[in-house]
Design a protein around this ligand. Sequence first.
Ligand code: ADP
Length: 227
Amino acid sequence: MSAPALHLDKVERRYDEAGSPLEILRGVDLCLWAGQSAALVAPSGAGKSTLLHIAGLLEKPNAGEVFIAGEATVGMDDATRTALRRCEIGFVYQFHHLLPEFTALENIMLPQMIGGVSRREAADRAGQLLHYLGLSARAKHRPTELSGGEQQRVAIARAVANGPRLLLADEPTGNLDPKTADHVFDALDSIVRATGLATLIATHNMELASRMDRRLTLHDGHVVELD
Ligand code: ADP
């Protein structure tokens, strides 16, 4: 059997606050497999963003190991980690962070071109993703000309443009009204199911969480399965 898309092994993370360490993650163990979706539901300050940053290779743990598709990453040099992150991991944040001077299509093309894909191929894939998300008519719009829900759907398309194995999302619908959130979540869910990637989504929305394969929380610095 192949390795999980993401494996956190005894991950610890602490911050040093005025001499007294703040222990956020105290030995997190988590395996997330291809095609699996998991919601991470925990109160503010529990360490959800910290966990996502570590899983996304943006931060290193103080102890433990982060495996991406079976590869241990803690000992990698920065360039190797960055290259792995670019091709294997997609991120969606609460705010879309689309580049304002580029169109929706171009925003989805850019990460592919940075990864070495030709302009033409990048445009083709961006067009397909927009079509899949029902946004073909918005391809040439800039982010300010899109609604909040459309912006987030473009951000999802951008996150999966390089065909990552792992999608990490931090409150992706936190800034949207419930109906729009539902719509954006449907888009995310259908892309996850169509591509077979593994996804970990921090959310406060229990209804959305209930539609995912697994529900996790952070308790006392550990990941615990909710049901
Ligand atoms: P959540 O995403 O669940 O709201 P976070 O992971 O953002 O939680 O933060 C967990 C805790 O770690 C919080 O108490 C926060 O203040 C603290 N924290 C996060 N980042 C830092 C940092 N760079 N330095 C010091 N403390 C931090």
